[in-house]
Every structure is written in structure tokens, then in C-alpha cells.
Design a protein around this ligand. Sequence first.
Ligand SMILES: NC(=O)C1=CN([C@@H]2O[C@H](COP(=O)(O)OP(=O)(O)OC[C@H]3O[C@@H](n4cnc5c(N)ncnc54)[C@H](OP(=O)(O)O)[C@@H]3O)[C@@H](O)[C@H]2O)C=CC1
Ligand SMILES: CC(=O)N[C@@H](CCC(=O)OP(=O)(O)O)C(=O)O
Length: 357
Amino acid sequence: MTSVRVAVAGASGYTGAELVRLLSQHPHVQLTAVTSEKSAGAAISAVYPHLQGIVPLSFEALAPEALTERADVLFLALPHTKSMDPVASGLKAGKRVVDLSADFRLKDPGTYETWYQTAHAHPQLIKDAVYGLPELHRSAIKQTRLVASPGCYPTAAILQLAPLIAHGLVAADSIVIDAKSGISGAGRSPALPYHFPEAHESLEPYKIGQHRHIPEIEQELTGLVGTRTQATRGEVAPVTVAFTPHLVPMNRGILSTAYARMKGQLDIAELRTLYRDFYKGERFVRLLEGAMPNPRHVRGANYCDIAVHLDRRAGWVVTVAAIDNLIKGAAGQAIQAMNLMLGYPEETGLVAPGIYP
Ligand SMILES: NC(=O)C1=CN([C@@H]2O[C@H](COP(=O)(O)OP(=O)(O)OC[C@H]3O[C@@H](n4cnc5c(N)ncnc54)[C@H](OP(=O)(O)O)[C@@H]3O)[C@@H](O)[C@H]2O)C=CC1
Ligand SMILES: CC(=O)N[C@@H](CCC(=O)OP(=O)(O)O)C(=O)O
């Protein structure tokens, strides 16, 4: 069976290590290089003992051009602002690139500069990037060489709200997203808020109304406004969201609760039918009716679990979504996109159920 050569840049980080774990089991992938500057020369199993006997590679410090030569598909699990040059280098060499950072997610370079305090180094490449949420952009992902893989909070928030926005069922300026993330969402570098005594038995909101995922969520939801209604879209009122993330003392997982004001008179059965139709055939979206989404139930798996509820008395639709930030929120979703780019069945290498508890 033919295989594709794949390299992971930033493999010493949490999302990079999850990419390596999943790609090592992918039937069409040959892992050719894993990069880290700080751990260059060390066996990956010395840093991540769970990969002992599974991934026989050592970390290398590779410049973008050297990385590009080693593979046909590049996964970049680097910090924001550090992916721009490797993306440009990979594309120039005709490779396929899946970038897990935010560097190519926002379509407007000015918005990127505002939220990331950095001028975009390759703004001319932004138009070539497809936002890598397969449930919304599947056909474009199949055609592109550059996937900008979504952020973890946006994955949950967009998937839980997409049917409501596309059908024009809620007021576009009424959306409130209250989300909680496990600490691996902040990456592997130590910092005081993530220190055990600080984070354990604690629950704290942060960056209220200021988080860099706000423009990403608004961009994608605005792109959906009215796309499933009969009326022509005309002038589209931008979606604005009030977004509050929280840090919770879990290793991984996101629970996102979104509230939006109902415009019409649909009852809960009609709303759930609409969600079922919207996500019909989607392998990685599970709509729950008798149970609540819980990050525990998607841990290690590529699922986004969603429940839709209606607070009729107060006039709000309340949706709840759970993902594993490192899988559907990062590594799993990135592999889902690679499968689409290469024409493999979308679920290849991703079908294992999650870990419980
Ligand atoms: N954590 C999450 O839940 C999610 C993260 N993402 C995004 O994925 C990317 C990786 O995140 P995550 O794995 O959490 O991050 P980590 O901090 O855990 O890992 C970062 C990786 O990048 C490398 N690195 C750090 N600084 C540089 C630099 N200046 N130049 C080159 N390489 C560098 C590190 O290597 P070294 O060993 O040399 O330090 C490490 O391999 C980020 O853009 C993040 O925003 C996306 C979705 C979810
Ligand atoms: C808990 C925590 O700190 N989470 C990160 C989000 C991680 C993520 O998925 O976002 P990107 O892919 O855009 O980096 C944060 O709030 O910045």
C-alpha cells in the first residue's frame, strides 16, 4: 500500500505529540521527521515515554527548507507567528501544509495584526488557506494545499452554533459563549497559572471579551449567516459574540455552552430535527438528546458532542458542545483535513473511541 511522507514540526508540544501518536497508527502515513529545537537529538520516546517502541524517531532542529525536503505533507504545530515562514516554504516547494497555529485562519491581515500584535509576513498567501473545519469547508479542503486548522474553542463554538446561524434562527448580535478548557490548551511551556497548586481546585475566567478566538468565531459564523434560508443573503449583518473562556483543572477537554436569542417559534423537536439534518452523515459530530455533552466522553477521540436545548420561557436557545481540545480541537481535526486533501476516507486513523474515564 502506498504511503505519504509526513513531517511534524513542533512535535515536542502537546498537539505535536498527539499528531505523532495518531499518525503513527495511520495506514497511509510514513512519519519521516519530528522537530524540536530544545529537545533536538533526543529520542521522542525519551520525552514522551508512551511512544516507546512505537515511534523510533529522534527530534531534529530543522530549518523550514530542510523540513520541507523531508516530507510531502507538513504538519506545523508551532506557536502563533512562527508558522508563517514554514508555510511559505512548504507551499513554494509544492508540498501540502496543515498549520495548527492561527497564522492563516483570519482572512483579513489587518484583523490578524490587531489580535496577534504582529504584521503578517505573507499576506498574499492568506487567500490560499482554507479554514480546516471539514463539517463546513469539506469541498474546499479537498482542493487546497494549505489548511489553517481551527482553534480549539472555535471548533466547539462554531459547530454548536452553525445550524442556528445558517438558518437565521437567532439574533446575530445576541450570542454568548461560555467555555471551559483543560490546561493542555495552553501548551506545554510552564507558567504560573498552570502550576498545580494554582490551577488545581480552581476555576477562573480569563481574557473576557478579549480572547484572540473571538475574530475567528465571528469570521466563520458571519460566513454562514442565512446560507440555509430561502431569502437571498443581501447585506449580511456581522455576527458578534460575547466570549468568556475559563481555565479548569483538567488535563484536556473543552465544554462550551452557547446562548442565543430565538427569532422564530420553533419548538425543541423542530430544532433538533434541524440539527440532525444539518449534520446528517457527519462522522465526528454526535448529537445528544438523552445525555449531556461532557469532555470525559470525547477524551482522546475526534468527536464533537452537541446537545440543543430551548429555554422557551426566557427565549434562549442553549447549546452545549464537548470536544477534546487536543484531538477534534487540534491533532485529530488536522488529520481529518489531511485525509480529505489526499483523498483518503475522512475517518482514516481517527475511528478509535475515546478513553474513559
Ligand atoms: N493546545 C491546544 O489545545 C491547541 C493548540 N493549538 C495551536 O497549535 C500550536 C501548538 O500548540 P501546543 O502544542 O499547545 O504548543 P506547545 O507549547 O505544547 O508546543 C509548541 C511547539 O513549538 C515549538 N516551538 C516553540 N517556540 C518555537 C519557535 N520560536 N520556533 C520554532 N518552534 C518553536 C516547541 O518546540 P521546543 O521543543 O523547541 O520548545 C514545541 O514543539 C499553537 O499554535 C497552538 O495555538 C491549536 C489547537 C489546540
Ligand atoms: C487553556 C488555554 O490557554 N487555551 C488557549 C487556546 C488554545 C487553542 O486552541 O488555541 P489556538 O489554536 O488558537 O492556540 C488560550 O486560551 O489561548
